[in-house]
Design a protein around this ligand. Structure first.
Ligand code: A2P
Length: 271
């Protein structure tokens, strides 16, 4: 008998079927940041860095769906997501209360531009995130391809408070036990966290630290090089806009999957 998950429904490919998947675990990092792990349907494929639509039904039974970057790598058996909790957010107010065993709707159509295929070959890769914008990079930094494609990687994360960095720091640690990364030099990834509302080793918005030259001084570079540097950006609309200006001014060209370039951007999704 045909497994309905693998059948073609009205010409829909197996990867486009919607379904309810089970919650494996949920972790609250701060009062407004949480992550959750879902079962991964066996035939669900995606590239590290992509996002999907997921959600829950409201009290009237209407599905409330939002885009979420997958924060686990494409080889993982489960699907990890990282979310902000918005007090009156129609989805996150429900999602932050999910428990192990609950069902979450997963729309099986992964997409997004924060994928390695959207970048031209290069030597150094900068991953710029603010807040929950770290999620697609949490996926990419556990993918062997990133270490095979780039000699040097810098993960930059700007948050308000120290506690907001914890999720990203855990993912950095998880890499140390990833079998697929065993033979690769994961130390080629440097981590550059900055905080804007608490005393810290690096203080201020990354955009300001780039403009003032502090960022380059700290990491031992003189500036961006359009010949060998590539970048991915994920944060608020304003952050993306400011980063785009900085990268364009440095001579880097924006890319897409259809036309790979020197940098790509995507908005961090908010519930
Ligand atoms: P700030 O504290 O100065 O607003 P949020 O929690 O609002 O999503 O922000 C996450 C982090 O991103 C904060 O540290 C915030 O700094 C920073 N941020 C917000 N907007 C920008 C921007 N346009 N450029 C650079 N950093 C930004």
């Amino acid at each position: 008998m045909l497994n309905p998950q693998n059948s073609l429904v009205n010409g829909t490919s197996p990867n486009e079927v919607d379904e309810t998947v089970e919650v494996i675990s949920i972790k609250h990092w701060t009062k407004n940041l949480f992550s959750f792990r879902l079962q991964r349907p066996k035939s669900f494929r995606f590239s590290s860095g992509e996002f999907v639509l997921l959600g829950l039904k409201d009290t009237s039974g209407k599905p409330i769906l939002r885009a979420y970057s997958i924060a686990s790598p494409s080889w993982d058996d489960t699907l990890l997501f990282y979310s902000i909790y918005v007090e009156d957010g129609p989805l996150t107010s429900m999602l932050s209360k999910i428990k192990k065993g609950d069902g979450v709707i997963l729309k099986r159509k992964p997409t997004g531009t924060l994928v390695l295929n959207a970048l031209r070959p290069g030597k150094k890769l900068f991953l710029f995130a603010t807040g929950t914008g770290i999620a697609p990079f949490a996926s990419l930094i556990r993918d062997p391809l990133i270490y095979e494609n780039f000699a040097d990687i810098v993960l930059i994360h700007t948050c308000r408070m120290k506690e907001d960095l914890a999720f990203g720091q855990l993912v950095l640690e998880l890499r140390e036990n990833d079998c697929l990364l065993e033979d690769l030099d994961i130390k080629r990834l440097r981590y550059f966290p900055t905080l804007t509302r608490e005393k810290f080793v690096n203080e201020g918005r990354i955009t300001d630290l780039i403009s003032s030259g502090v960022f380059f001084r700290e990491i031992g570079m003189s500036g961006f090089s359009c010949d060998s540097d590539r970048a991915m950006v994920c944060g608020s609309l304003d952050f993306n806009k400011e980063m785009k200006t900085l990268l364009l001014n440095a001579g880097l060209a924006e890319g897409s999957i259809s036309e790979p370039g020197d940098f790509v951007l995507e908005r961090a999704f908010v519930g």
